[in-house]
Write a new protein. Structure first.
Ligand SMILES: [Zn+2]
Length: 176
């Protein structure tokens, strides 16, 4: 004979009503009685008074502030990454010049792209941070994030760009 406790536990878990027979078992079985008490506890918790007035508004304000902060951090990170790319590009551009002056013969060691420290080290980490903050300030993050650019007022004609495209296409055709 199987225990009636398991189906009772399942039915309590999914919130289905018990049969009369099962109700009778619950009054006799300590384990099932304890289980049957849990939904009652949950219901009591759910019946707690509503949060005070203004709670939702405060929640929204807090969440919005946190979102804005996260966005700003992302912009700063992007700016730092862009600055790093610019510095790396500068290093890559200046490197070949030096190698060429050495002579026509280059060792494998020279050709190996060696990562170099950024050339602004003497300014210090604080100066770098200041620079990034200045860039962010100049970029007017809030306005840029709102998409406030006056797209409707921008009326630069596409003609020069079309001409450029056409010339490129013509050159490609001539190469073939
Ligand atoms: Zn039981």
């Amino acid at each position: 004979m199987t225990s009636p406790c398991d189906p009772i536990a399942e039915q309590l878990a999914v919130g289905e009503p018990l049969t009369d027979e099962q109700q009778a078992h619950v009054t006799r079985c300590a384990g099932c009685a304890r289980l049957a008490g849990v939904p009652g506890l949950l219901a009591a918790a759910a019946a707690d008074p509503e949060p005070g007035p203004g709670f939702a508004a405060r929640m929204q304000l807090g969440a919005r502030a946190r979102l804005a902060e996260r966005r700003r951090n992302r912009v700063i990170a992007t700016t730092v990454a862009a600055a790093a790319v610019v510095l790396a590009g500068g290093v890559a551009v200046t490197r070949p010049d030096r190698a060429v002056t050495v002579g026509a013969v280059r060792t494998l060691d020279e050709q190996e792209p060696v990562p170099q420290p950024p050339p602004v080290v003497e300014r210090g980490a604080a100066a770098g941070e200041e620079l990034v903050l200045d860039l962010v300030r100049v970029a007017d993050v809030d306005r840029a994030l709102e998409g406030a650019a006056p797209w409707g007022e921008i009326s630069e004609p596409m003609l020069p760009y079309r001409a450029l495209l056409a010339s490129r296409r013509a050159r490609k055709g001539a190469d073939r």
